[in-house]
Design a protein around this ligand. Sequence first.
Ligand SMILES: Nc1nc2c(ncn2[C@@H]2O[C@H](COP(=O)(O)OP(=O)(O)OP(=O)(O)O)[C@@H](O)[C@H]2O)c(=O)[nH]1
Ligand SMILES: [Mg+2]
Length: 263
Amino acid sequence: MKADESMKKVLIGLPTYNESSAIANLLDRTNKMIKENKIPAEILAINDGSSDDTESYLKRYSKEYGYINYRNHPHNMGLAQGMITIINYATSSYGENDVLVVLDADNTHNPGIIPAMVDKLIREDLDIVIASRFQKGGNEIGLSFDRKIFSRGARIFAKAIFNTKGVKDFSCGYRAYRVGFLNKMKDYYKEQLIEADGFECMIELIVKAGILNARIGEYPLVLQYDLKETPSKMKAFKTIKGYMKLGMKYNTLRNRGKRQWVR
Ligand SMILES: Nc1nc2c(ncn2[C@@H]2O[C@H](COP(=O)(O)OP(=O)(O)OP(=O)(O)O)[C@@H](O)[C@H]2O)c(=O)[nH]1
Ligand SMILES: [Mg+2]
């Protein structure tokens, strides 16, 4: 993707909680990617009540780079609320054909693939592109055995229950969304766009997109868990419970033969 007249604007949204120097390392890599590809990008980090030095890093980077901004939640409100703040900002400040890219702020998601993801979204006229560990060329480096089992379990579960067209990686939060499609989702689901409060919100979003016949593609992601410096915030038991809850909601409506989310 090279800069030209028709280039879409790209908002890079970072849900951030206690990421400390990991966010600084990610911002360095993202800056490099923006410079090399000359993409018209803004970075918005949502600092969700971090109790470490995350904010001082964000303050420093936003002072130095005009296109890096951050907002603070008044206290820790959870990943789902972080996503809602990012989506609301994207839909209120960006045009239908602009692109929101969301990725983890823990520096395990390589920002270097953003141009290829955006390119795929535009060229193939897709609504969402997922950075997928389960596409050819994707991988997970440095992950413990139990975390590997967890991500594969989540994949098998989601495929069996939801089977959303075009999706192999349901739980990875690294995705590019066409802003026009987010508007469509907000119009349809309104305040219920994200009802989950934990990490399962990523599955909820993609399943709800599928219900609206989203055109979804995947781009291979090599998850760099060997670069993880901050402790994981993902609580496996709570997240599994969240997955079950989503499955029950979706199943109920599938049994009724309706492609709608149970409210
Ligand atoms: N807004 C918000 N973001 C959060 C919260 N907890 C985690 N995050 C962010 O959500 C993203 C995912 O969290 P991670 O801890 O990386 O969880 P994960 O990627 O599922 O699992 P691991 O990387 O294996 O720990 C990161 O960018 C976190 O900073 C939270 O309470 N609120
Ligand atoms: Mg992560």
